[in-house]
Design a protein around this ligand. Structure first.
Ligand SMILES: *[C@@H]1O[C@H](CO)[C@@H](O)[C@H](O)[C@H]1NC(C)=O
Ligand SMILES: *[C@@H]1O[C@H](CO)[C@@H](O)[C@H](O)[C@H]1NC(C)=O
Length: 306
């Protein structure tokens, strides 16, 4: 068993032997399971090559704005136990000059129903799923060849792991999931390398990554301030002018059946190496007035990391 296999196993999320069997669908890996047992106590801190940040999906998503910052309402559907984590995380993100956040406390919602135009933040016991937090952003496309924009975000805290967890772990999870709701990607998906000091970095030592960091704030500027950096700022400008135009002008809108790409209702992460996935996609559709639309839900995972 070579080093590459060990690295592979590591980046698969260090699954158990049973999960590996499930994952590969019964392929006979011979003594692979022995190796899993043998290396479970390996000291990953010794591996120098793990220092570089690693991200599977480094793309940003964006709410539609005028290119001068993001104003967003966060609906607080959390129960009493989560109020201070929420208040602290909102204040920490508000340190970005790009963000103007308002909060409203709504009825506790353990089922975390999405709401148009807002980020809903909630907690619930989602079970032994392998993830401590999830953010699901829904993206809407109004033109077939145009940019998609976030129309809702749901940040979920999993009580199964967080109920009696250390405050620092809860605070890290809250900061992390709220960050995705602005459209931010992870900054690093290897929990065993050096901590980057921002809460979108996977870590097994949450006390090091309690706050949003400069990397996150810079990325927010590039998404929401026109003329700052990458394409999304420009895309926002364009979309403001064009997104409500006639979607049929190209004459190429197709009607397709609803497509669920993967996952669907399956919230289970264990044994799957996933930091994000598309869990629903309507495909290209028209509404009753013949307007083009397509909606996609992208789920970002914060895996259980011990
Ligand atoms: C796992 O460790 C045991 C005990 O040290 C050893 O006998 C066995 O050969 C190892 N298995 C593999 C696949 O390295
Ligand atoms: C992700 O993209 C940003 C912006 O392009 C870049 O600065 C950063 O280094 C990338 N991160 C990784 C881990 O590739």
């Amino acid at each position: 068993m070579g080093v590459m296999a060990i690295i592979l196993w590591h980046f698969l999320g260090r699954p158990s032997a049973d999960d590996v069997k499930e994952f590969v669908g019964g392929i006979d890996f011979g003594d692979f399971t022995d190796v899993l047992k043998n290396i479970s106590d390996y000291d990953w801190g010794d591996l120098a090559f793990e220092e570089d940040p690693f991200v599977g999906d480094n793309t940003t998503n964006a709410w539609k704005t005028q290119g001068a910052g993001l104003s967003l309402e966060l609906q607080n559907a959390l129960d009493d136990m989560w109020q201070s984590e929420f208040d602290i995380a909102v204040a920490d993100w508000q340190e970005s000059e790009v963000l103007t956040l308002t909060t409203s406390r709504v009825a506790v919602d353990h089922s975390c129903g999405r709401v148009d135009g807002v980020m809903l933040v909630c907690n619930g016991n989602f079970g032994d799923t392998g993830w401590v937090g999830i953010n699901e952003v829904e993206i809407e496309y109004q033109r077939q060849d145009g940019p998609g924009f976030i129309i809702s975000s749901v940040a979920k805290m999993n009580e199964y792991y967080l109920n009696n967890a250390d405050f620092k772990k809860r605070r890290y999870t809250m900061c992390h999931e709220i960050g995705h709701g602005f459209g931010l990607p992870h900054t690093d998906e290897n929990p065993h390398n050096k901590d980057l000091g921002n809460c979108l970095d996977y870590t097994s030592t949450p006390e090091n990554n309690q706050l949003p960091g400069d990397a996150n704030f810079q990325r927010l500027r590039s998404i929401y301030i026109r003329g700052e950096g990458d394409a999304l700022g420009g895309a926002n400008g364009n979309a403001n002018g064009n997104a409500n135009g006639n979607a049929n002008s190209g004459g190429s809108v197709q009607q397709q059946d609803s497509v669920v790409t993967s996952g669907g209702g399956n919230n289970r992460l264990r044994g799957r190496h996933l930091s994000s996935e598309v869990v629903s996609d309507t495909g290209h559709r028209e509404d009753d007035e013949g307007q083009y639309y397509r909606r996609v839900i992208i789920r970002h995972y914060l895996p259980l990391m011990e």
